[in-house]
Design a protein around this ligand. Sequence first.
Ligand SMILES: NC(=O)C1=CN([C@@H]2O[C@H](COP(=O)(O)OP(=O)(O)OC[C@H]3O[C@@H](n4cnc5c(N)ncnc54)[C@H](O)[C@@H]3O)[C@@H](O)[C@H]2O)C=CC1
Length: 562
Amino acid sequence: MDAPTTTGDNCSSGGSNGERGWFTPPNKSSAGPSSPSRLRQDEREGGAGSSVHVDTENGLPRRTPNPIRPVGNAEERIRRPAPPEPPAAPTPLSRPEDDPGYDGDRDRAQDADNAGEAGRSHDEADPVDASPDLASGTWPAAAVHPTPVHRTPSPDTTGAPDPDPRGGTQAGPEGGADAVPKAASPTAVLIRRTMAEIEPVADKVTSYFYALLFVRHPDLRALFPVAMDTQRDRLFKALLTAAEHVDDADTLGDYLSHLGRGHRKYGTRPEHYPAVGECLLGALARYAPDTWNPDTEAAWIQAYTAISQIMIDAAAVDEAASPAWWHAEVVSHELRTPDIAVVTVRPDQPYPFLAGQYTSLETPWWPRVWRHYSFASAPRSDGLLSFHVKAVPAGWVSRALVHRARPGDVIRLGPPAGSMTVDHTTDNGLLCLGGGTGIAPIRALVEDVAEHGRRRLVDVFYGARSGSDLYDIDPLLTLARKHPWLSVRPVVATGPTGGRANSISGQLPDAVRQYGPWRAYDAYLSGPAAMVRSGVDALVGAGVPSNRIRHDFIEELVMAGD
Ligand SMILES: NC(=O)C1=CN([C@@H]2O[C@H](COP(=O)(O)OP(=O)(O)OC[C@H]3O[C@@H](n4cnc5c(N)ncnc54)[C@H](O)[C@@H]3O)[C@@H](O)[C@H]2O)C=CC1
């Protein structure tokens, strides 16, 4: 399977061969039936559905096909003089003067520290979802849930970098010890060669890409945050993902569909994709001179056409069923520690989600800067949503939420995402490792099990650096006293444990090794990337099948999250 296969049924073949030509998505109907929420969305956006036409054959909303302009061919490019140096960054990389915690260097250092980090990092340091480009959002759902720990090496002939921070332990659905390596498609080989060539100059590629984009399409600048610091790396990381999965249509489809849906909240429209594709190819052509040729260009066009088509279609389908974003009013703000707050909000309309999922969140103080947070409770009858937020150094959103937000403030929420959810078709026990604010989705999972009323064991290991960091232990212990199937063990890394029953000194993974056996359990991990990594290792060592270990993708593990 390869990218052309992905696009084969749906898209033009790219290059000059396809009847539709460059990047031209097919005239494909998509989207579900109209719904009240759809009407609300149209009203709110002043007729946002104007780009969606009704298919007279089936009555479904349909996107107008959206041709992408060509960027020229390689022969012409060879004749052309080299493109000029990137224009002076038109992006106002302005320091947010009114953020007392902002420190660009620390911000980058924090990102680097979290890089390749655990699951999806939801706190500020997790730059997973900040603005429109291919890199924001979450990783392929199929690669997230379940999360295989071992991957059969792909027949990579290019030396293309592996996007998995664990050095190749993240796998898509085809991963696993028994998987048979498949030969890479010609398209995949060409794309990975390009990726390998640009990897050492990734910074320059991304800078040049955004410079091209904002110079050629200044109207798109407004879709991005004022400060692009955490935005810059995302494109390259997304490219790695796409390249990695170019031969895996299912995984790529899940990933890109999610991205397409998630991009609605940025105001991304179908006509933006050609602009991005054009500038992407411009940047690749400039910085991959050794591998760039007509075949390579055709491969990228083909892949990008498929990518954009999947995202456009997914957005169109989603538009028929769901708002692009929700407004939500802060109804309570509880400071649990000097830097951790539990923030509870009331969405302006129903917000369906599953325990274990997360969302993206934008505050009024940092427009277009989105951060990910897990829902800290299972869906509630009153419709309220809670988040656990830790103010991290240089964390614009997290600091605002902890130190500035108050009841009455209105934030925006993106759609729910993530597949670290409970499988209610099995009676397997749940082994849950939550570190720091990573306990938030674990708490939601516990509530979910309690509400379903099935008798299954749930063992929670709640890790913190010190006893005073166990900010959510009391509600969990209250639940444990109420439900005999639930066991909660605080694990404190340093210092006194606080004298609570079942307390353990040490690191979470070590604590888990002391108990068990866990073979009949599904495992869930949430917390700092390093904790998730070592936790996965501990669980595999303890005999938990890798396909029963779940955590949000370790994007932050090298990248970050939605
Ligand atoms: N707020 C939310 O909704 C969610 C947050 N997260 C992520 O969880 C993390 C929480 O950060 P903090 O609260 O600052 O946690 P923290 O840094 O205080 O650590 C929490 C626990 O992880 C352990 N740990 C840290 N590094 C470790 C390592 N290398 N090996 C083994 N154990 C290690 C600590 O000992 C402690 O038990 C963030 O990365 C956040 O993005 C994850 C899911 C949801």
